[in-house]
Design a protein around this ligand. Structure first.
Ligand code: NI
Length: 147
């Protein structure tokens, strides 16, 4: 996969994040005590995201679960989550919705289908504004799909 570890040309960019998130992130780096700075830590996160993308198997049958935590008071988020899911009825095997507290909901989707469709669904849902936490856990079943 190479190309990300070398001492190639460095690019600088600025990122806007909530101050509280930055404080918590810096505290996390500090706690881990690995003497890395913020930049190195963020480079690791970026490498990990790129590697993760390469591990996707769009042409295989996959099974998995998608977990989301969101604030149902965020705009029309609930309606948008619903709309996306109605376009993937063949892939969504089951859903569980838990009302965590006054604001927050936990939703877990059991998924099965062609990798490309599953990743597309996860990207659409997790990309919605207001989804605070989201994670797709997925495994290929070993079945290739010639479609
Ligand atoms: Ni709820």
């Amino acid at each position: 996969m190479g190309g990300y570890d070398g001492a190639g040309e460095l690019a600088r960019f600025s990122v806007a994040v909530p101050a509280e998130l930055l404080r918590e992130y810096d505290a996390l780096i500090e706690k881990r005590g690995d003497a890395r700075n913020r930049s190195e830590s963020i480079r690791d996160l970026m490498r990990s995201a790129v590697v993760h993308e390469h591990l996707r198997t769009p042409d295989e049958q996959v099974i998995g679960s998608l977990t989301m935590i969101y604030d149902h008071h965020t705009g029309d988020l609930t309606r948008r989550l619903d709309e996306v899911q109605h376009d993937y009825t063949a892939e969504i095997v089951s859903t569980m919705h838990v009302h965590l507290d006054h604001r927050n909901c936990l939703e877990i989707l059991a998924l099965k289908g062609r990798g490309a469709r599953i990743y597309e669904l996860a990207d659409k849902l997790l990309g919605l504004r207001g989804v605070k936490h989201g994670e797709l856990t997925c495994a290929a079943t070993g079945t290739s799909l010639d479609i």
